[in-house]
Design a protein around this ligand. Structure first.
Ligand code: B1M
Length: 208
C-alpha cells in the first residue's frame, strides 16, 4: 500500500525521486488521485507553508519542496483531470508593468498550486489592460499582483482600478517587499499578504 505520509515527507524534504515513485505507486494501486493530492502533496506543502511563516525554513527549502511537488504533479495532473477533481479555486498572478522581479511571484504561484488552486501565471511587466483581459480569459476568482519596486507601486493602483472599472467579479490581492496592508487599503485591493504562505490563506479567504 503506497504510503502517503512518506509522500508528504518527500515534499517537505524536497526529495523528488521519492515524491515521483510514491505518486506512481499510489496511482498504480488504484488510489484516488484526489486523495494522493490532498493527503500526500498538499499535506506536505502545508507543512512547508507553516514552517516558512514561522521562519523554520527559508526560500531555498520552499523552492526545493515546490520542485518535488511539480515533478509529482506532472504524473498526477492527467489523472486528476480524468477523475474530474475540481481545483479549490482559480487564481491568476502577475508582476505589474515596469517590474521584472519574479522570484517572489513564482513562490506565490507554487504555494497556491500546492494548496490546490488552479493558477494562471501571467509573468512579469504586465500592463493593467492585460491583467483584465487575461483574468476574463481564464475565469479568475482571485487576481494577485506582485511588485518589488517602489517606482512600480502606482502600476499596482492602476491595475486595481482597471479591474474595478472592467466590472469583473474578481477579488484582488497584492504583495511584494515595498507594499503593506495600509497600501492595499489605500488602493482598494481586497487583500494583502506579506509572504507566499500568507498569500494562500488570503486567497482562500477571498473565495468565501
Ligand atoms: Co532588483 N531591486 N532591481 N533585481 N532586486 C530590489 C527589489 C531592491 C530592493 C535592491 C536594492 O536596491 N536594495 C531594489 C528596489 C528598490 C526600491 O524600489 N525601493 C531593486 C532595484 C532598484 C532593481 C533595478 C531597478 C536595478 C537597476 O537596474 N538599477 C532593476 C529593476 C528591473 C525591473 O524590474 N525593471 C532590478 C533588477 C533585478 C534583477 C533582474 C537583477 C533581479 C531580479 C531577478 C528576478 O526576479 N528574476 C533582482 C533581484 C534578485 C533583487 C533582490 C536582490 C532580491 C529580490 C528577490 O527576489 N527576493 C532585491 C533586494 C532584496 O530584496 N534583498 C532587489 C526574494 C523574494 C522571494 O522575495 O520578491 O519580496 P520577494 O517576495 C516575497 C514577498 O515580498 C511576498 O512573498 C515572497 C516570499 O514569500 N510576495 C508576495 C511577493 N509578491 C507577492 C504577491 C502576493 C503576495 C505576496 O500576492 C499576489
Amino acid at each position: 500500500m503506497a504510503d502517503l505520509k512518506a509522500l508528504s515527507d518527500s515534499i517537505i524534504k524536497g526529495d523528488q525521486k521519492t515524491a515521483v515513485d510514491v505518486t506512481k505507486a499510489a496511482l498504480e494501486e488504484g488510489m484516488a488521485p484526489g486523495t494522493v493530492l490532498a493527503d500526500g502533496l498538499i499535506a506536505g506543502m502545508n507543512v512547508i507553508g507553516v514552517r516558512f511563516k514561522a521562519n523554520e525554513v527559508y526560500i531555498p527549502e520552499v523552492l526545493i519542496a515546490a520542485r518535488a511537488m511539480k515533478m509529482a504533479m506532472e504524473i498526477l495532473e492527467p489523472k486528476l483531470a480524468e477523475a474530474g477533481v475540481e481545483p479549490i479555486g482559480m487564481a491568476m498572478v502577475g508582476t505589474v508593468q515596469g517590474d521584472l522581479h519574479d522570484i517572489g511571484k513564482n513562490l506565490v504561484v507554487m504555494m497556491l498550486k500546492g494548496a490546490g488552486f488552479k493558477v494562471m501565471d501571467i509573468g512579469v511587466d504586465v500592463a493593467s489592460d492585460a491583467f483584465v483581459e487575461k483574468a476574463k480569459e481564464c475565469g479568475a476568482q482571485v487576481v494577485g499582483l506582485s511588485t518589488l519596486l517602489t517606482t512600480t507601486m502606482p502600476a499596482m493602483e492602476k491595475t486595481i482600478q482597471a479591474i474595478k472599472d472592467s466590472g469583473l467579479n474578481v477579488k484582488t490581492m497584492i504583495g511584494g517587499a515595498p507594499v503593506t496592508q495600509a497600501y492595499a487599503e489605500k488602493i482598494g485591493a481586497d487583500g494583502y499578504a506579506a509572504d507566499a504562505a500568507t498569500a494562500v490563506d488570503i486567497a482562500k479567504e477571498l473565495l468565501n
